[in-house]
Design a binder for this molecule. Structure first.
Ligand SMILES: Cc1cc2nc3c(=O)[nH]c(=O)nc-3n(C[C@H](O)[C@H](O)[C@H](O)COP(=O)(O)O)c2cc1C
Length: 175
């Protein structure tokens, strides 16, 4: 199969996840194109059988390039099997209010773009103080201190569950 793995990232975790997924699909014998959605304008999607889209949440929203890509390609995305991986820190926890918030973000995204992902999965991202400016550092330290009281606030930390992600991708590709 020929697959597109597209990503929209701010601090790099969605790119890392997209690369990981692309490698796994390539190892399984598929032809894979990995693309930053900042370069997605005008892409001819007809040559792909399926797509994986990976995008992170910042302040309750996905990046603009994902929204534009989904709006421009809504027809194709509705027709073909697509795995949408939504990357956030809320997905690292178990608070039902946070998870309802994540569902709402996907619903709002679907309304704005005209594309409701047939398979949307929440994936835990990363805390990366090394990538934050002072303002982001201040906000994120407060969030992490409440959500993960044991965390070292000065050190980058990945919450992504790689084996669970592999299982998810393996399940989707055979479906
Ligand atoms: C300024 C800022 C705002 C964020 N807002 C949210 C949010 O609203 N909900 C959430 O669950 N995670 C939020 N996060 C966490 C990111 O989704 C998480 O760090 C993710 O791994 C970022 O992925 P990226 O590196 O691909 O951009 C935020 C992170 C930053 C730095």
């Amino acid at each position: 199969m020929k697959l597109l793995v597209g990503y929209a990232t701010t601090e790099g975790q969605s790119r890392k996840i997209a690369r990981h997924v692309a490698d796994r699909l390539a190892d399984a014998g598929h032809m894979v194109e990995l693309l930053s959605l900042t370069d997605g304008e005008g892409l001819a999607l007809d040559r792909f059988d399926r797509a994986v889209l990976v995008a992170s949440i910042h302040a309750g929203q996905y990046r603009k390039e994902l929204t534009s890509f989904a709006q421009d390609n809504a027809l194709w995305l509705r027709r073909q099997p697509v795995l949408f991986l939504s990357v956030s820190l809320a997905a690292a926890g178990h608070e039902s209010e946070d998870w309802r918030g994540l569902d709402r973000i996907v619903e709002d995204f679907a309304e704005v773009t005209g594309w409701t992902p047939d398979r949307a999965e929440q994936v835990a991202g990363a805390y990366r103080p090394s990538e934050y400016d002072l303002f982001k550092r201040f906000i994120m330290r407060r969030i992490i201190a409440t959500k993960d009281p044991g965390a070292d606030l000065d050190t980058d930390r990945e919450y992504t569950d790689w084996p669970a992600l592999d299982a998810l991708v393996d399940d989707w590709i055979v479906g």
